[in-house]
Design a protein around this ligand. Sequence first.
Ligand SMILES: Nc1ncnc2c1ncn2[C@@H]1O[C@H](COP(=O)(O)OP(=O)(O)O)[C@@H](O)[C@H]1O
Ligand SMILES: C=C(OP(=O)(O)O)C(=O)O
Ligand SMILES: [K+]
Ligand SMILES: [Mg+2]
Length: 471
Amino acid sequence: MPLFTKVIASIGPASSDATTIFNMVKLGVSGFRINFSHGSPDDWVKYVDAVRNAENRVGRPIALIGDLQGPSIRIGKVEQPIVLRKGDSARIVFGSEARGGDEKVVPMPVKKFFDFVEDGDILVMDDGRTRLRVADVQADYVEIVALTDSVITSRKAVTIYNKEIDLPPLSESDINNIKFAIAHSFDYIGLSYVRTENDVDILRDYLRRFGKEDIGIIAKIETKSAINNLDKIVEKADAILVARGDLGMNFGLEEIHSLQTRIVEKALEHRKPVIVATQLLESMVEKPVPTRAEVVDVSTAVEMGVDALMLTGETAVGKYPLEAVSWLIKIVNFVEKTTLRNEFANISRRSRTNIDELRLLFAKGVLELTEDMNAKLVVFSLYGNTAKRIASLRPSIPVYVGSSNKSVMRKLAILWGIQPLYVDSNNYDEGLQKIIQKAIELGYIGYGDLVVATYGLKEPRQRIEIQRIVS
Ligand SMILES: Nc1ncnc2c1ncn2[C@@H]1O[C@H](COP(=O)(O)OP(=O)(O)O)[C@@H](O)[C@H]1O
Ligand SMILES: C=C(OP(=O)(O)O)C(=O)O
Ligand SMILES: [K+]
Ligand SMILES: [Mg+2]
């Protein structure tokens, strides 16, 4: 299981059974994403139960991420995939369902689409595999011509190339899905198609209004506006996700690497957790072994010092979900072992103008003391802040974090290098001892080890204790 860079898996028909989810947790998955654009609440409840059962059986906190549809246009349900050859024409009609198959009718439940789209627009779908040209626009249907061989399946997002349809950041169904996520103790909510920092504020307001402000907001960076407003969005969000699927539809594919680099750097600069997602091991949707290009792509993302990598179609609908997880972990482990430890530290500890919190410097001090002594680091963290600061410094040693606060431990599960443990104690000193005991039980700490145990005090002061494990 990777010690530092974490793995998040999207759940879908290919991975929704309890055994697969349990096996993914055993392999080392630290978080699961449920995409609210697909399936139904009845499906999602089963996914949640399977994740929480696996979490209990393995005894390791797991993060649950609920991914909102956001201001995206998605087609409705088609019973049969619609197969188009390049040059074929088809019709997009207002409605939420269609037979599909030979009936080349694509249902479009978003009324505004028909007012917004214009002759000559290029529609991009399915992470860019489908490209259609708008040939004729009518009030409640649009004629299109396929520019590529395409297979159109249910609930696919539609990008109108170089245009951003002005839909509200959260639809009625998004708000229902926020309530669902709260009712089922999700740890994070993914905000798709973020355009400005105001979109993050709007979601934060809902969470506050519904009394669950501690749910983390993951801003998914995938639109041109988001890139233009990147700094402010990163400041407001709790975590950042490089959403390469839609990013590659709103920008040229050739721009992906530099966009990813820029987004990751910005997140590191603001010390926000950052996740890279989509098509990491895309060929494993069909094959049991990744391509060389995919291995290099994953390695590059790990070397950028991201907190986590997220599998999407590979585990949601792929034929080899478990192999995709084990290949991802194998590549992560190799790169972590071979990349000089201080490489990651250099990425994230370069002194940046915005480092002015004393606490961050304390955390840096404790961490570097522990690293230099080749000791083990144990942190008691009621709210997770000390642990988050240490993770943002890209520690070269595992950081064992304990707290009685389940949801804090689950949120930390997808951060770099954090090994979260539950301990039922609300006081720091007793808590530190319990974490050390539990870490010994789990084999993380052995006799003879030097342990640095720490927690952040109210006033900016780090409490540090060093002990040798002798009995
Ligand atoms: N729960 C699901 N049920 C059916 N199909 C799904 C599900 N989750 C994902 N998929 C399929 O896998 C594709 C990639 O997954 P993902 O990236 O999570 O979705 P999207 O890109 O549509 O937001 C989706 O477009 C969809 O075709
Ligand atoms: C993660 C992404 O979002 P979604 O899968 O919802 O399109 C993406 O676009 O890469
Ligand atoms: K998206
Ligand atoms: Mg996607």
